[in-house]
Design a protein around this ligand. Structure first.
Ligand SMILES: Nc1ncnc2c1ncn2[C@@H]1O[C@H](COP(=O)(O)OP(=O)(O)O)[C@@H](O)[C@H]1O
Ligand SMILES: Cc1ncsc1CCOP(=O)(O)O
Ligand SMILES: [Mg+2]
Length: 265
């Protein structure tokens, strides 16, 4: 499996998929730079009048509700509907799911367009599945990833999505398998936008692959290893934010195979 994961990393560099992001103000720059670092081509766009055209020219759409409002939520719904109907890869990042009724209302509508992949932290996945109205502490998780497995399975079953629960262990679930990625570093939780970057990178990887589950695993392994290796050269979250971009860009085959930690159940 590890060889497949490395091959996805090369394919993204070679194909440079165009990834359309309707994302939050906090992380636009971070996620655009993360996509460039892995070899993809980002475009951030949310004007209702251009959404359908943008979806049609893109390889993937990433919808991130971090700072949504009534205008942006309309744009997101247009994009999700267009991606669904044109069978375009699209990723949902349910930032702050469960925190407000407005977010949950928009998320319920977005789910109807069956995201290819849903990537969120454990609290968000639990809240999204309404398994338990966990009060997500803003955008940070108050639960461990394994506590969200039941909720993730509910989303897989009801929306045919691949679900990635991120955390100390990233858990990637589809209707057949469950993957566990042990890469990453706790300091990554102190850099805003790394979860959003994970979702954007998942969009790039899933867009170039038939196997949406395995390509999602590859994206999470890449980000996790980049975080681990970057942390070794970082004095804190400020330098980690920059060093992780360098490692996403220049990770070597040796660094990948020496550090990858993934298992399947
Ligand atoms: N405790 C941890 N140990 C190692 N890696 C972590 C930990 N928590 C999160 N990560 C990594 O940080 C990145 C962001 O995940 P997460 O913090 O769960 O997303 P979000 O920012 O959306 O809450 C992921 O690559 C994840 O694997
Ligand atoms: C702090 C904050 N508030 C709204 S979006 C956002 C960024 C969340 O980024 P991530 O989920 O990657 O930590
Ligand atoms: Mg997040």
């Amino acid at each position: 499996m590890e060889n497949n994961l490395w091959n996805y990393i090369q394919s993204v560099k070679n194909q440079s998929p165009l990834v359309h992001n309707i994302t939050n103000f906090v992380v636009m720059n971070n996620t655009a730079n993360a996509l460039l670092a892995v070899g993809a081509s980002p475009i951030m766009s949310h004007a209702k009048s251009e959404i359908k055209d943008m979806v049609s020219i893109s390889n993937a759409v990433v919808i991130n509700i971090g700072t949504l409002d009534e205008y942006w939520s309309d744009s997101m719904l247009i994009a999700a509907e267009e991606a669904h109907h044109t069978k375009k890869t699209w990723v949902l990042d349910p930032v702050g799911a469960g925190a407000t009724a407005f977010r949950d209302e928009i998320l319920s509508k977005l789910l109807e367009f069956k995201p290819t992949v849903i990537r969120g932290n454990a609290s968000e996945i639990i809240a999204l599945a309404k398994a338990n109205k966990t009060i997500t502490k803003g955008v940070d998780s108050t639960a461990e990833s394994n506590e969200a497995i039941t909720a993730a399975k509910y989303l897989v079953e009801n929306f045919q999505s691949v679900v990635c629960i991120s955390g100390a262990t990233d858990i990637i679930i589809d209707d057949k398998e469950m993957y566990f990625v042990e890469n990453g570093h706790p300091l990554m939780t102190k850099v805003t936008g790394l979860g959003c970057s994970a979702s954007a990178i998942v969009g790039a990887f899933a867009s170039i692959a038939e196997n949406k589950t395995e390509s999602t695993v590859a994206a999470m392994v890449l980000l996790g290893i980049a975080g681990e290796l970057a942390e070794k050269n970082s004095a804190g979250p400020g330098s980690l934010q920059m060093n992780i971009l360098d490692k996403l860009y220049n990770i070597s085959e040796q660094e990948f195979f020496e550090n990858v930690k993934v298992s399947k159940k």
